[in-house]
Design a protein around this ligand. Structure first.
Ligand code: C5P
Length: 309
């Protein structure tokens, strides 16, 4: 008898940096109203899904040992959500290969969740529309819809309501990965505390930044990058100030904390400059490791097909 070994569906999902992250006041539901511009970056995770006896999660790569493999992992929740919706058991093996730093402010967990939605939609032949997948993504987390979409987009609400933005060219980034991570809720709480204590400056709207994106010029974009969470991330991890200074001293056009941090993202004039900045930053002893990335890139995508064979 011929036995058919199921082939995994393999999905790649991007990381993100917030080019502009304006944080409003705390809402009654515990979230903050955001006005943000996301850009998807080439630093990515790969997630494969394959039928199995029971639901399981394995993780390898960057910081794998600190990633949970139980129901607290968003990929587990994504599988249970899609299984419940489609009236089946979530019996799949989900294997995550991490390139995105864990708890790094780059939406690594959201990328994995988005990849799982895309992978299971294909594996189980659910034929869910983009809108349906968006709905599941928003249930899983504020950044998951963007991880599905990729590109460059404005996010409002808690970050889940997206509008694509025209971005003319590829931008080159250096990412300084920190030792350890920062918890997103802790960073939001620290911002609330800083705001209760004083009146840290707040970003306005992203109009100038959006205009700079249409020019495609990194030098025009650089001074407009901004992140209201940066003061909170620096308050929790003051060493990041040195990292930010070192990136600019190494030749980056600008440096910001990525999302809730602690990863620092440096915009560079071109690809060669990014390689030079990354080498210098790696030698400066101000971070755990460095990566070069570019953006915008597409959202979660199948990179092999489950087609028979
Ligand atoms: O949506 P997600 O589960 O990724 O959010 C994690 C936490 O980050 C929330 O529980 C909340 O504390 C904080 N958060 C927030 N405002 C947002 C998004 C996230 O306060 N817009």
């Amino acid at each position: 008898m011929l036995s058919v070994v199921p082939r995994p569906v393999v999905v790649r999902a991007p990381s993100k940096v917030n080019l502009h992250l304006a944080v409003g006041d705390l809402r009654d539901d515990g979230y903050h109203e955001l006005n943000t511009v996301f850009q998807a970056l080439s630093l990515s995770d790969t997630v494969s899904v394959v039928p199995a006896e029971t639901l399981s999660v394995t993780v390898r790569g960057e910081d794998a040992r600190v990633v949970p493999t139980d129901s607290s992992n968003l990929v587990w929740q994504a599988a249970e959500l899609l299984a419940a919706e489609s009236g089946r058991r979530p019996d799949v093996e989900i294997a995550i290969d991490k390139g995105i730093p864990v708890a790094g402010g780059m939406a690594g967990g959201s990328a994995d969740a988005a990849a799982t939605l895309v992978g299971l939609n294909a594996l189980w032949q659910l034929d869910l529309s983009r809108e349906e997948l968006d709905g599941f993504a928003a249930k899983l987390g504020s950044d998951v819809p963007f991880s599905l979409h990729g590109g460059t987009a404005v996010g409002t609400g808690r970050g889940e309501r997206l509008l694509p933005v025209l971005s003319r060219s590829t931008f080159h980034w250096v990412l300084a990965l920190a030792k350890g991570g920062l918890s997103t809720p802790t960073v939001f709480r620290e911002l609330d505390r800083l705001r209760a204590d004083g009146n840290p400056p707040r970003l306005g709207g992203p109009e100038d930044l959006m205009h700079a994106l249409t020019t495609g010029d990194a030098a025009t974009l650089a001074p407009l990058l901004g992140n209201d969470l940066q003061s909170a991330a620096l308050s929790l991890n003051p060493g990041l100030r040195r990292t930010l200074r070192a990136g600019v001293a190494a030749g980056a056009l600008a440096g910001i904390v990525s999302g809730s941090g602690p990863t620092c993202a440096f915009l560079c004039a071109e690809a060669d400059a990014a390689v030079r900045v990354s080498a210098e930053l790696a030698g400066a002893g101000v971070c755990r490791t460095v990566r070069v990335a570019s953006g915008p890139v597409p959202g979660a995508r199948i990179i092999n097909d489950a087609a028979e064979g």
